[in-house]
Design a protein around this ligand. Sequence first.
Ligand code: NAD
Length: 427
Amino acid sequence: MNTSRILTRRHFLKNTAIAGAVVSAMPLFNIRAQGAGRKFKIGLVGCGGRGTGATANIIEAAKSLGHEIEVVACADFFQEKADTFAKKYNVAADRVFVGTDAYHKVMAQKEIELVLLATPPNFRPVHLEAARAAGKHCFIEKPVAVDPVGARKVIALGEVAKQKGLCIVAGTQRRHTGTYLRNQNAVAQGAIGKITSGTISWCGNKLWFKEREAGESDASYLVRNWPSFLEMSGDHIVEQHVHQIDVTNWFLGRPPIAAIGFGGRARRKTGNQFDFFSVDFNYGDDCHIHSMCRQVSGCYTNVGEFYMGTEGSTYGGGKMQSAKLASLTIPEFKTHANGQVQEHVDLLNALAKGEILNGAKDVAESTMTAIMGRISCYTGQQVRWSDLMTNAESPWYNLTLAPSAANFEGGTVVAPKDDVCPIPGVA
Ligand SMILES: NC(=O)c1ccc[n+]([C@@H]2O[C@H](COP(=O)([O-])OP(=O)(O)OC[C@H]3O[C@@H](n4cnc5c(N)ncnc54)[C@H](O)[C@@H]3O)[C@@H](O)[C@H]2O)c1
């Protein structure tokens, strides 16, 4: 077992504190902020539910700070989605772009300084790469990849973006929510001692799905029905449960060293995903976290995180049992009640002050952690962090799911078969 990630308590506290301090103190190369009363010109790629929601969130955030947002351009796979969004946010007709290469046209708009990337996750690494090349700050929805190659690409892009003074804020809203920020700060100060175990879950109802229409192309079917296909979403342990996994990596200050899990498919009608996953994430230093996620209606539902430490326990954003808490000084984190607004408040504040806020590595590592759990459940094997991050000999290091973003752009999409999923021990 790779124990290189095992940290001493001193390192743990130091690293957790570092993980919480996301505002970089790096030299600034891209100071365009002018203080209060700025107009931020933005573009959106992916005009669906979250893209439209994130636009409303950033407008509300800007308003609360005395700034203004102008939506200059938008892009979507479907004309109708792009037009609906453009109408809502007054985007000029000649700045509404459609197709799998439409994101290039948003990036080409020189006046845009910030882009929101909210397509299905399989496109994120490629879209982020284009945004970085065009020198745009980014808001990127989670998760940020569907395979190890994509997640490593986002980590690398994030580092280069940082050097170039570009902000990247991710849609992991718990990191921008007061209750979570307070608990993470307390944990980093040792309020519950060393975390030794925990349980995290997203057990909820089934999501929406779409059936193929007569004569529909494979690309259109996959885009419309993306939450049902591994190659588009990463499966729901990645697409949805990444939120709890992200909180866990944040609270522990490190990703796990290995995962071993199981899962299965029982009730889905379309696509190729599992319905449920159960994973033991081994964080090293004798710390194990049980992760479970399920998308089956009519069952017990629970979404949240719970951690047990040597000197107490805590829920992610809830109650903490700690004899030490009263003696600690926890900063007051005054945040908007909605973390999805606060993440934009933090982004706009950083831009206005000329600071670099860059969470690409955090969200990419959380995405990779979820991918590690998924691969273990699909194959029935133990998967180590090193298998995905450093060990090029591992069978999973170069795993790239297809159809990929390049297949979509090249017009070579072949949809995977519906209702055929991996069989552990065989896959
Ligand atoms: N942070 C959160 O709590 C949260 C909540 C919901 C969704 N999300 C994430 O947001 C992302 C989008 O989810 P959604 O619910 O908005 O899905 P959606 O299907 O409503 O929207 C996705 C949009 O992207 C468009 N699209 C697909 N491929 C494209 C491409 N190559 N170029 C341009 N447009 C393309 C689709 O046509 C669609 O309009 C996902 O990564 C999802 O996990 C995050």
